[in-house]
Design a protein around this ligand. Structure first.
Ligand SMILES: Nc1ncnc2c1ncn2[C@@H]1O[C@H](COP(=O)(O)OP(=O)(O)OP(=O)(O)O)[C@@H](O)[C@H]1O
Ligand SMILES: [Mg+2]
Length: 359
């Protein structure tokens, strides 16, 4: 698949005053965005996400490395080449950035006017765009009379007016409630599937990436610490930050007081990662070994319709009622753990507690 955006060893630093070191906002980033994909860039505040976006639309030049967008070398392009490029890259914002003194229609027509479209063509195009984003009835209203979701629909109509190949969305749903966010994400999916526009979504919300993005780039301190197919990245995180994002929505492995009280309930605690190996698969293993089990902790979340997470089970294997029962049970648990471990990650959270007590 051809790439529409290519970063090769890109660093962007900002000079500060003479005494302190420059801020490295983007640090040695190499990435590819394939034509027609929806890519999420996720990271905490200050990770360098907005700087990455500004490098894509040529508002910033790389300090070193090359940024190539739609065949244009952003660091070496002339001002007029950059203007041409910006016409092929649409953008939507958290605060919508609409002209409050102009109607919805005039807001959407604005980029067409700048591009020199004739009045009749503009009108036709604006009608079509307002229909596409579902706010034809608001054409003659002013932005202040619209809800946040409606404003972002205007923002999207304006951003795609001139038929860009790429749409950049920097925290575009951060000011919206969950229901409106879901509607705007649906619309972005339509923009991608029906118009074939490649979308780069900048966010600090993992749920947006899970619901919308085919691919994800995880940024931490200017660096890309994890990237690739969204399900792969979250089901098998490579970076601590990715693991933290996952744990924030799935709870992970119990620890501290929670673990102590769970351990007091008896049986053996096993924490199993759910990924391609599902909770049904885990249950099947327990059944095969004649073990009773129940979920006592954890959570799973949907990534593009598939599940990831960690579930902690309390497992009981009934042994014979003699002195050897304890070790027979241990052996059965060991066999279960070995079978699960052949497919996915298994933790025995109590082992950590026992070690602490022993030392
Ligand atoms: N024009 C600039 N001059 C100096 N420093 C800058 C400039 N732009 C960004 N930075 C610094 O670069 C770092 C990355 O900033 P950036 O805005 O890209 O982060 P972000 O991931 O978008 O954060 P947020 O989630 O808060 O929007 C920060 O330390 C910021 O202070
Ligand atoms: Mg930002």
């Amino acid at each position: 698949m051809p790439a529409v955006i290519e970063f090769d060893d890109v660093t962007k630093s900002f000079a500060s005053d003479r005494r302190s070191a420059p801020t490295v906002a983007v640090d040695d980033v190499t990435l590819r965005v394939n034509t027609g994909s929806i890519v999420g860039v996720i990271g905490y505040s200050g990770a360098g996400k907005s700087t990455l976006v500004r490098l894509i639309n040529g508002l910033e030049h790389p300090t070193s490395g090359t940024v190539n967008v739609l065949g244009v070398d952003v660091g070496r392009a002339s001002e007029s080449e950059l203007r041409g490029l910006r016409g092929r890259v649409g953008m939507i914002f958290q605060q919508f950035n609409l002209f409050n003194s102009r109607t919805v229609r005039a807001n959407v027509a604005y980029p067409l006017k700048v591009a020199g479209w004739k009045k009749a063509d503009r009108d036709r195009r604006v009608d079509e765009l307002l229909r596409f984003v579902g706010i034809s009835d608001k054409a003659n209203q002013y932005p202040r009379r619209l809800s946040g979701g409606q404003k972002q629909r205007v923002g999207i109509a304006r951003a795609i007016a001139t038929d860009p190949e790429i749409l950049l969305a920097d925290e575009a749903t951060s000011a919206l409630d969950p229901q409106t966010t879901a509607e705007v994400l649906d619309l972005l999916r339509e923009v991608n599937r029906r118009l074939g526009i490649t979308i780069v979504v900048i966010t600090h919300q993992i749920s947006i990436v899970h619901e919308l993005c085919d691919e994800v780039v995880v940024m931490d301190g200017g660096r890309v610490v994890d990237s690739g197919d969204t399900y792969r990245v979250f089901a098998h995180p490579r970076a601590d930050l990715t693991r933290r994002f996952v744990a924030a929505v799935t709870q992970g492995v119990p620890s501290g007081d929670v673990l102590t009280s769970l351990a007091a309930g008896g049986g053996t605690l096993l924490s199993v990662e759910i990924n391609e190996f599902t909770s049904e698969d885990v249950s099947a293993v327990f059944h095969r070994h004649g073990a009773r089990h129940s979920v006592v902790y954890g959570g799973v979340t949907d990534v593009l319709g598939r599940q990831i997470g960690t579930l902690t089970y309390r497992v009981r294997v009934d042994g014979a009622a003699d002195a050897a029962a304890g070790s027979a049970t241990d052996a059965a648990i060991d066999r279960i753990v070995a079978e699960l471990a052949a497919h996915t990650e298994v933790h025995r959270p109590e082992a950590a507690v026992k070690k602490e007590v022993a030392s």
